[in-house]
Design a protein around this ligand. Sequence first.
Ligand code: NAP
Length: 246
Amino acid sequence: MRLKDRNAFITGAAQGIGKSIAAGMAREGANVAIADVNPESAEATAKEIQEIGVKSTAIKLDVSSQEDVTKAFSTFTGEFGPLDILVNNAGITRDALLMRMKEEDWDAVININLKGTFLCCKEAIKIMAKQRQGKIISISSVVAFMGNPGQSNYSSSKAGIIGLTKTIAREYAGRGIRANAVAPGFIQTAMTDVLPDAVKDDMKKAIPLASFGTPEDVANAVIFLSSAESDYITGQTIHVNGGMYM
Ligand code: NAP
């Protein structure tokens, strides 16, 4: 029970990696808010997690909207009290080669992945700074470090998260706040299920451990960074990618 009675706010937690993080944290004793743009699936996930025996509530949230973010954190503190852990997990892709990338696809990805992370960090830090403790974990990606054809918007948003994380780590270490990132490689979720088999086969060849990761592999790194075991770690990135990038 590494997270007994800790309160966590997890964005994009209705499905995929976020859901796995929420369930993993709940099994370690944390109470978890399932903050997601899709209220029906967030509600279903919160119900599943309640069965683990912790408090879990769905909060409707579009991370790219300042109004939504302010409201969501206020709902959270009203229902849970202190905020111990923020996980910035909500993210989208809108792939196209740079020459064909539409401005709206650039803006959508930057607004949700990067601005959304900024807005949630800002709101969480207001609360955590007063508490003089808190852990922020943001989900980046291997493509922030390697680049990836067709993902100029996505890789830029995920590289931005690394700069944001390091800056927060420096600005708020004195307030007891730790900020770290997790950079997954290829993880089997709805986001990657849509890729053609030929692309998946090529990717597997580039992974020394020769298999794709699971949402639980990412959750394990996030749980470590949320726990007291990582108290002397801030401004860092844990790569969970089977050796794809090293
Ligand atoms: P996913 O299955 O698509 O789940 C993402 C969740 O975020 C969904 O529930 C989605 O809701 C929600 N969401 C989307 N836009 C949102 C918004 N504006 N506000 C709040 N929630 C929003 O994706 P995943 O594969 O689990 O990915 C989770 C994170 O890991 C993302 O940041 C992704 O970039 C990162 N990542 C994934 C991989 C991978 O291989 N899967 C690799 C590296 C990094 P809807 O479904 O209703 O839109």
